[in-house]
Design a protein around this ligand. Structure first.
Ligand SMILES: *[C@@H]1O[C@H](CO)[C@@H](O)[C@H](O)[C@H]1NC(C)=O
Ligand SMILES: *[C@@H]1O[C@H](CO)[C@@H](O)[C@H](O)[C@H]1NC(C)=O
Ligand SMILES: *[C@@H]1O[C@H](CO)[C@@H](O)[C@H](O)[C@H]1NC(C)=O
Ligand SMILES: *[C@@H]1O[C@H](CO)[C@@H](O)[C@H](O)[C@H]1NC(C)=O
Ligand SMILES: *[C@@H]1O[C@H](CO)[C@@H](O)[C@H](O)[C@H]1NC(C)=O
Ligand SMILES: *[C@@H]1O[C@H](CO)[C@@H](O)[C@H](O)[C@H]1NC(C)=O
Ligand SMILES: *[C@@H]1O[C@H](CO)[C@@H](O)[C@H](O)[C@H]1NC(C)=O
Ligand SMILES: *[C@@H]1O[C@H](CO)[C@@H](O)[C@H](O)[C@H]1NC(C)=O
Ligand SMILES: *[C@@H]1O[C@H](CO)[C@@H](O)[C@H](O)[C@H]1NC(C)=O
Length: 837
């Protein structure tokens, strides 16, 4: 059977070829239709209101478009077992027709240009082989989840030019395993739900000519294989960060004819495979410097018909693979140095800008000049506004040297003498900077460090010889400051009368961290704009204490703890001082610990010398804060040295020393036999009562002396037994002198107290007439330490008939009291002068 039917089939074919469009004779083709060799039956444009009944059984493709079909009688198709493609475009259908027995075979169904108002689940459910469904140019107003039954294999779905204003979330999800192309352009969509499409096989999505205004982040997540996204001719003014996240395979993004005003990197985040980006016919005036960071592989970038006034240096630098850059029909008037840095082999279009000047190295980096050549010869630079001053002198020569002048149509606007002259005609020597119509910055704003809350002024001055009106603007981090408080004034420059100077001052009040950034002033007149250097403003905060050290009082031997912590911006450094200096007795003795992170300062085993004012200094670049704390050390009174019992000959001088230590310094009083001392003119005290000197001792001076030392912590007592002998020490040498009348002058000079590092001279000058004679006999030039002078006070003294004994008391330091035995005498300085009579 099989082989036979094929034979018949092939026999018929040549006949049909000859039959042409002639009314079919016999069963070969239907009336008003034409049949072709490849089983294509064309019944289009025949004014049919019903499907012909006599269609050939072998029909594979049936064209019924441009007829007047209102409904489809499925039984007419039941006799067409091979029907795969059915074209019903341009009819009057009001719903998707039911195709009956033919349904499971149909692969392509074209229903465009009908009057279909909705898509019904039941109409589609039997189209199990359907791959292409064209429903464009109908009257469908919404697409709901219930429209597409599961199990369909539609690859291409065309819904363009309907009235769709509502897309239910997940409306196409039942097509997710097959759908590759989805056309929704020319509808009435105003909003796309986030993650609206979960179509992992889709490669092309057309949403152009809808009414979208905003693309929210993650809108297109779920389209991992999408390569082309058309969003042009909407009214998109904002792309939220992450708007195209998830489109890692995307190659072409069409965003032209929208209302975008800027390009920032966040919205392009994730477009790592993007090759073509179309942004023409927007209102882009600003490209953030890192705008292209996330699509470094871009080959073609169309920014024509936007509002760019300037290309920032290096703003395209990441686009190393860029081959075509269209910047035509913007308002670019100056090409800065390095504007095209980082771009190699570029085809660049700058036609339709108002270029007035080109920085000398503007095209540096465009090594592959043949590409530039290719674009420039097509008159890609066209401007009659060039400022032909010394800074542009290089440009004509540069163009000529590269054979590029045919692409440039450029005339000077200034100076007056060159007005209207082509830059190639003007003589290079006429490109002069004698006058400066374009403002030139003479005073740049200065990089400033300000303290939080203070007011800051940034000022900027430019000079110009033109009387054309000046405008001033400030930018912070490339953004124009629209609401800033700015003060502008002009004055005639002193040294050359026809040059005006214009100053603009930006006032920033009560600066906060939000004011930090790079500020730039822009001074513009008809001849162009001058951009100042960028002044960085940094806001600092003076250090303030979060922990302030407190005055403390501790007993000796215990630890002292001082805390100090400060905050500020930058974080302050903490330093300690003692009594305004950096000498810490505790540090020398390694009793001091400063915790680096702990804000605490410890002194272990406190000693009286640790007492003082400790200053904690917190310092950062904004300034310094100091906090003081007094460390008071308490020590019970005690003796530095034991009180000794003494013996003195009558008439001699004796000194009792009560060297009391303690903190606060103890008060010293003397008792004799537990009674207050009865003072005579022979009793002398050093200040502080530490030394009791009894001159010309008498027998009744003998007794028990008590030194009472007291401070706030308590009272201590020490005793000394004084014995008064009747024989002088010299009597041991055979002297017979007994008691002698001592006529002497004792001069006690105490210069300072023991605390101070100084010298205390106690000069006791005494004269002993008789004894001196006797003693001089044997002891002349002999060094004698008077026994009644405490050993540590002793010094060399020479006795003579008129003897001057000089006692020098040295106290370097409270903690190092001199006088531990005679050894100390050796390093005492020579005593004060002696005179031998
Ligand atoms: C179907 O018919 C229309 C109208 O004659 C024609 O424009 C169209 O090209 C035809 N389609 C096919 C696939 O033959
Ligand atoms: C089909 O063609 C015949 C002439 O061959 C014509 O009379 C008839 O009106 C046509 N049918 C339709 C539905 O146009
Ligand atoms: C998918 O098809 C099923 C039935 O086949 C239907 O119930 C459902 O609404 C459709 N849509 C989704 C999103 O599952
Ligand atoms: C585009 O959007 C703006 C608001 O973003 C609106 O004012 C304007 O009318 C819209 N234009 C069109 C053509 O819808
Ligand atoms: C867009 O491009 C056309 C040229 O195709 C131009 O006339 C028009 O001014 C441009 N701008 C806008 C906003 O449409
Ligand atoms: C890019 O911009 C140019 C104008 O410079 C325009 O003529 C062209 O059609 C745009 N190309 C695309 C692919 O949008
Ligand atoms: C863009 O430029 C046109 C004309 O140059 C101007 O009318 C329009 O206001 C500008 N748009 C923006 C957003 O700056
Ligand atoms: C630039 O193009 C012209 C033809 O348009 C050609 O004659 C010239 O050699 C080219 N210059 C370079 C440097 O490629
Ligand atoms: C802290 O003490 C230092 C000297 O020790 C003094 O110069 C300074 O003025 C004091 N500061 C305060 C805040 O008391």
């Amino acid at each position: 059977m099989g082989p036979l039917s094929y034979c018949v089939f092939y026999l018929i074919l040549p006949l049909e070829l000859c039959a042409g469009r002639a009314p079919a004779s016999g069963a070969s083709c239907a009336a008003n239709c034409s049949c072709s060799a490849s089983s294509v039956v064309d019944c289009s444009g025949a004014g049919l209101t019903d499907i012909p009944r006599d269609l050939p059984a072998h029909t594979v493709s049936l064209n019924l478009s441009h007829n007047k079909l209102r409904t489809v009688d499925a039984s007419a198709l039941a006799t067409l077992p091979n029907l795969r493609e059915l074209r019903l475009g341009y009819n009057e259908l009001t719903s998707v027709p039911s195709l009956g027995a033919a349904s499971p075979n149909i692969a392509s169904l074209y229903l465009h240009h009908n009057k279909i108002q909705s898509i019904e689940f039941k109409q589609l459910k039997d189209l199990s082989s359907l791959e292409t469904l064209d429903l464009s140019n109908n009257e469908i107003s919404e697409v709901r989840v219930s429209c597409f039954p599961a199990g369909l294999r539609i690859k291409d779905l065309y819904l363009a030019s309907n009235k769709i204003s509502y897309l239910e979330m997940g409306a196409f999800n039942n097509l997710s395993s097959s759908l590759q192309i989805l056309r929704l352009s020319r509808n009435r969509l105003t909003h796309l739900p986030v993650k609206a499409f979960q179509l992992p096989r889709l490669t092309q999505l057309e949403l152009n000519r809808n009414r979208l205004r905003l693309i929210e982040g993650l809108t297109f997540q779920g389209l991992g294989t999408l390569e082309v996204l058309k969003l042009q001719r909407n009214n998109i003014s904002k792309l939220t960060d992450g708007a195209f996240w998830g489109l890692a395979k995307m190659k072409a993004l069409h965003l032209d004819y929208n209302s975008l005003t800027e390009v920032n990197s966040g919205s392009l985040y994730g477009l790592s495979s993007l090759l073509q980006l179309f942004l023409s016919n927007n209102s882009i005036s600003h490209i953030k410097p890192d705008g292209w960071r996330f699509c470094p592989g871009l080959r073609e970038l169309n920014l024509s018909y936007n509002n760019l006034t300037r290309l920032e240096e290096g703003s395209l630098a990441v686009l190393g693979d860029l081959q075509t850059l269209r910047l035509g029909h913007n308002s670019i008037n100056h090409i800065v140095e390095g504007a095209f840095r980082g771009l190699r082999g570029l085809r660049l279009t700058l036609f339709g800008n108002k270029i007035k000047s080109v920085a000398k190295k503007a095209f540096s980096g465009l090594e592959a000049l043949e590409h530039l050549n290719r674009s420039i010869p097509c008159r890609r630079i066209q401007s009659d506004s060039f400022l032909c001053d010394c800074q542009l002198r290089w440009f004509p020569e540069w163009l000529v040297a590269r054979g590029l002048q045919s692409g440039v149509e450029a005339a000077c606007a200034h100076p007056e003498a060159l007005k209207g002259t082509s830059i190639f005609q003007a003589q290079p020597e006429n490109f002069v900077c004698d006058d400066l119509p374009k403002p030139q910055i003479t005073v740049q704003p200065e990089t400033t460090v300000a303290v939080l809350g203070k007011d800051v002024r940034l000022s900027c001055t430019a000079a110009s010889s033109s009387s054309s009106p000046m405008t001033f603007a400030w930018r912070k981090d490339q953004e124009l400051l629209r609401e800033a408080e700015v003060e502008n004034f002009a004055h005639v420059r002193a040294r050359d009368g026809d040059v005006m100077e214009y100053t603009t001052i930006l006032h920033l009040r009560h600066v906060t961290f939000a004011h930090e950034g790079r500020y730039q002033c822009i001074i513009t007149n008809h001849f162009g704009s001058s951009y100042s250097s960028k002044a960085r403003l940094t806001v600092h905060v003076l250090p303030w204490f979060v922990k302030t050290p407190r005055d403390i009082t501790v007993r000796t031997g215990t630890p002292a703890r001082l805390e100090c912590a400060a905050k500020g911006h930058p974080a302050p450094e903490i330093a300690w001082q003692k009594d305004g200096g950096t000498d810490f007795p505790a540090a020398r003795e390694r009793r001091m610990h400063v915790m680096p992170d702990d804000d605490v300062f410890f002194i272990m085993g406190v000693k009286p010398e640790d007492m003082g004012v400790y200053s904690c200094t917190a310092q950062n670049t904004a300034g310094t804060a100091t906090a003081n704390a007094t460390l008071t050390v308490l020590e019970t009174p005690h003796l530095a040295q034991e009180l000794e019992d003494r013996s003195v000959a009558v008439g001699e001088t004796v000194a009792l020393q009560c060297k009391a230590l303690g903190s606060p310094p103890p008060r010293v009083t003397w008792l004799k036999e537990e009674e207050p001392l009865r003072l005579t003119e022979r009793h002398h005290f050093t200040p502080g009562n530490q030394l009791l000197v009894i001159r010309a001792a008498e027998p009744e001076d003998a007794g028990r002396y008590t030194c009472v030392m007291s401070n706030t912590l308590g009272t201590e007592r020490a005793h000394s037994q004084l014995t008064v002998r009747h024989s002088a020490p010299c009597s041991t040498h055979g002297s017979r002198a007994d008691s002698a009348v001592a006529v002497g002058v004792i001069v006690i000079a105490v210069v300072t107290s023991i605390v101070v590092t100084s010298l205390v001279w106690v000069c006791i000058i005494y004269q002993t007439r008789k004894k001196s004679e006797e003693c001089s006999v044997t002891n002349t030039d002999e060094t004698i330490v008077p026994p009644d002078v405490p050993s540590y006070l002793s010094s060399q003294g020479t006795l003579s008939d008129r003897q001057d004994v000089c006692i020098r008391v040295e106290s370097n330091n409270r903690s190092h009291p001199n006088g531990h035995g005679k050894s100390n005498t050796s390093h005492l300085p020579p005593p004060c002068s002696f005179s031998k009579s």
